[in-house]
Design a protein around this ligand. Structure first.
Ligand code: NAD
Length: 268
């Protein structure tokens, strides 16, 4: 259990972020959820996590590409809970363009949400963490922070930058024995976004839903099945425990061995 810690989880209205909000609340943390979506559906999710766990769970709809809203997210969490002890930079926006066709507006938006927002939120919460001598920042990278796929320049760049930001925060907090900052590098996780891409693949190829699900993984070299969001959330809650205080500046793959075996089967 983590207990009595206060967390912000960006992009927690669905997918991995929602699983993290639930897991942290289950472990006794108060959670500020954030993200986009249908207001009634978000409220249902928030209320259900709160009712199931007994934690205080609030929601702030800050658009992370807007610096003022992002500052308001931080101050609302401090007002609600008294402190921000855990920051999970999970939100993401993804574009799918080749570099020559990448609209500059999309590029700037992706970098604002995926990189600048985590930097500014870290800047906002670190003074409080230092003052109390305890803090956890968990950043989301990806296997695409370790190697590239074509057509994903914004994502590959953002996710690689998150490894740099993680190390930079770890470097500046290394003398504080209970403040850590780590990055997770998931492989393919079965989230609404992944399901949408599988459905697109089925449409493009004429494969059945089940065949497209397998083909999606095969094309990514993740041959032994999808990762469940709850497993990724479990790694986040582990990093937030006191027992994980020696782990900082790490880039931790949770990818069923995908990044460790890029070259397997690539020939001699
Ligand atoms: P998702 O697309 O399902 O959810 C993204 C969340 O971010 C949503 O809640 C959305 O509303 C929010 N969001 C988007 N733009 C925002 C903005 N401007 N302001 C506030 N919130 C905003 O994401 P996911 O698939 O659950 O992935 C979560 C994290 O894990 C991401 O950082 C992603 O890069 C990483 N990851 C996911 C996978 C995967 O297979 N799903 C693999 C590797 C890494």
């Amino acid at each position: 259990m983590i207990e009595s810690r206060n967390a912000i989880v960006t992009g927690s209205t669905r997918g991995i972020g929602e699983a993290i909000a639930r897991a942290l609340a289950t472990d006794g943390c108060n959670v500020m959820m954030n993200g986009f979506g249908d207001a009634d559906e978000i409220e249902r999710k928030r209320a259900s996590i709160e009712a199931d766990t007994g934690a205080t769970v609030k929601f702030h709809g800050a658009d992370l590409s807007d610096e003022n809203q992002l500052d308001d997210l931080t101050s609302s969490a401090v007002d609600a809970f008294g402190s921000v002890d855990i920051l999970v930079n999970n939100a993401v926006i993804r574009y799918f363009h080749d570099i020559e066709n990448f609209d500059r507006k999309d590029w700037n938006h992706a970098l604002a949400v995926n990189v600048t927002a985590p930097f500014l939120l870290s800047q906002n919460v670190l003074p409080g963490m230092r003052a109390q001598g305890w803090g956890r920042i968990v950043n989301f990278s990806s296997v695409l922070g370790l190697a590239a796929r074509s057509g994903r320049a914004d994502y590959v760049t953002s996710k690689t930058a998150m490894l740099g930001l993680t190390r930079a925060v770890a470097a500046e907090t290394r003398s504080e024995k209970n403040i850590t900052c780590n990055a997770l590098c998931p492989g393919s996780v079965l989230t609404p976004n992944t399901e949408m891409k599988i459905a697109e693949l089925a449409d493009e190829t004429g494969l059945s839903a089940d065949e497209a699900k397998d083909e999606y993984l095969r094309r990514r070299g993740q041959t032994t099945g999808y990762i469940e969001p709850a497993r990724v959330a479990g790694l986040v809650t582990f990093l937030c425990q006191d027992a994980a205080s020696d782990i900082t500046g790490a880039a931790i793959p949770i990818d069923r061995g995908r990044s460790a075996t890029w070259l397997d089967g690539a020939g001699e």
